[in-house]
Design a protein around this ligand. Structure first.
Ligand code: NOJ
Length: 456
């Protein structure tokens, strides 16, 4: 049987290091009728937006099956579960708390805590209430204040039963994919829109950080950012510059304001009309101290220089598609070394708080044979990436935990149900959950750890 191969003396083999599994509300919950409409409902309803024309109406029917799902999580023996709250389920259009919706999360969190599972709550994993989008969504500064109110409502209800709160999940995706490229909800395009949305998302983060800290001083508070290391296609100076610019635009754009209170210097290359309106005091709000940084990592990206076209949106970098490297079912390169590189570089560039790897995993072309999914390629992916984290820890990076993405197969955004990231297989016709081999191997790693800190 394929298994993991972490060094015997790895700090990750001690129970001080948290292992968890992660999901998000829209991707698993279903029960469309039990909540307000969100931007992903609207996006899914537009033809051609989701590759298999699906939507989140049923998803994994987690709202109905949550007790079984908690049992499943508990059976894995993991320390922690990262979930997200659906804003349109817990707040009404009038901005009041939807008591029934909120109660769902109260019950869920209570049950997880009762079973000794630490709860990591993400407040925004992309399911913006549609009524807020109708007023401009993340292009409207008021949305940041609506988020602050929503964050306060959740934190004052769930309190410190939640071990760690995260304000946003991957604001890069909300802003760039949703408001700049238009491949995610709400499907808008333009540099100016993307940058404006990003600024308001970051503002929302800062406002919520203050509120969370005041409401729940005993929980940890932070943000979850995604990174894809940017590599030059060649050793040419132009390609190296292209990779650096791409890194500033896609990665540092979200981290630097949070940690250093500044946007990276590529902001000066934006046309005036595309630059976000930064009001006095915004950067101070955005750079509230955080207790931890959540990092999501999947793959690297390769860039080459491209001639600048001043009439259009072009900062001089372009993606080079991978050739001859192993890929996941997403077409993403499998690059664990870049994961170590990312963690070590961030540690060197910034004064960071402790890090949790809040997502890492792979979609693979799973096959169910005789009721079993022997997902060797996913096991290998986890193995190489866990080892990459271990190397970073040995290099001095303070990493406290790792969450596998995902607990179970679910709605993979614009790719619908066609891509499976779960360590648990979901049959969408019957909603039957089946542990894949990767779930067994992950569970074995988690259960075989020893108490206390290991000497290294
Ligand atoms: C990051 C997102 O947070 C998650 O929702 C998504 O499913 C995974 N990446 C895989 O694409």
């Amino acid at each position: 049987m394929r298994t993991f191969n972490l060094p015997a003396n790895s700090l990750m083999r001690s129970k001080d290091f948290l292992f968890g599994v992660a999901t998000s509300s829209f991707q698993i919950e279903g029960d469309r009728k039990g909540r307000e409409t969100c931007i992903w409902d609207t996006f899914c309803a537009q033809s051609g937006k989701i590759s298999d024309n699906s939507n989140g109406d049923d998803a994994c029917r987690h709202i109905e099956k949550w007790k079984d799902d908690v049992e499943l999580i508990s059976s894995l023996g993991v320390d922690a579960y990262r979930l997200s709250i659906s804003w349109p389920r817990v707040m009404t259009i009038d901005g009041d708390v939807n008591e029934m919706g909120m109660q769902f999360y109260v019950n869920l969190v209570d049950e997880l805590v009762r079973r000794g599972i630490k709860v990591f709550v993400t407040l925004y994993h992309w399911d913006l209430p549609q009524h807020l989008e109708d007023n401009g969504g993340w292009l409207n500064r008021d949305t940041a204040y609506a988020f602050e109110k929503y964050a306060t409502a959740v934190a004052s209800t769930l309190g410190d039963k939640v071990y760690a709160y995260a304000t946003l999940n991957e604001p890069f995706c909300s802003a760039y994919l949703g408001y700049e490229l238009g491949v995610h909800a709400p499907g808008l395009t333009g540099v100016g829109k993307g940058r404006k949305a990003a600024h308001h998302l970051l503002l929302a983060h800062g406002l919520a950080m203050k509120a969370l800290r005041a409401t729940c001083p005993n929980s940890l508070h932070g943000i979850v950012l995604n990174f894809s290391t940017c590599h030059p296609a060649t050793n040419n100076e132009e390609d190296k510059i292209a990779a650096k610019l791409a890194d500033e635009y896609h990665n540092q754009w979200y981290l630097k304001p949070v940690i250093d209170g500044q946007y990276p210097s590529i902001i000066h290359q934006l046309r005036d009309v595309d630059r976000p309106d930064i009001e006095e005091g915004d950067m101070d709000i955005i750079s509230q101290p955080i207790d931890y940084l959540g990092i999501n990592y999947y793959t690297r990206t390769v860039y080459k220089a491209t001639p600048s076209d001043s009439a259009d949106v072009n900062f001089g970098f372009e993606i080079v598609e991978p050739t001859n490297t192993p890929l996941t079912a997403m077409g993403w390169e499998i690059t664990p070394d870049a994961f170590t590189e990312l963690l070590v570089n961030l540690h060197q560039q910034y004064a960071l708080p402790p890090i949790y790897i809040t997502e890492n995993g792979a979609a693979m072309d799973d096959e169910m044979i005789d009721g079993e999914v022997n997902d060797v390629d996913r096991i290998d992916y986890f193995n190489s990436h866990l080892n990459a984290v271990n190397v970073a820890i040995e290099a001095g990076v303070d990493i406290r935990g790792y969450f596998a993405w995902s607990l179970m197969d679910n709605f993979e955004w614009a790719l619908g149900y066609s891509k499976r990231f779960g360590i648990v297989h979901v049959d969408y016709d019957t909603q039957k959950r089946t542990l894949k081999q990767s779930a067994h191997v992950y569970s074995e790693l988690v259960k075989n750890r020893i108490n206390g800190t290991l000497a290294v």
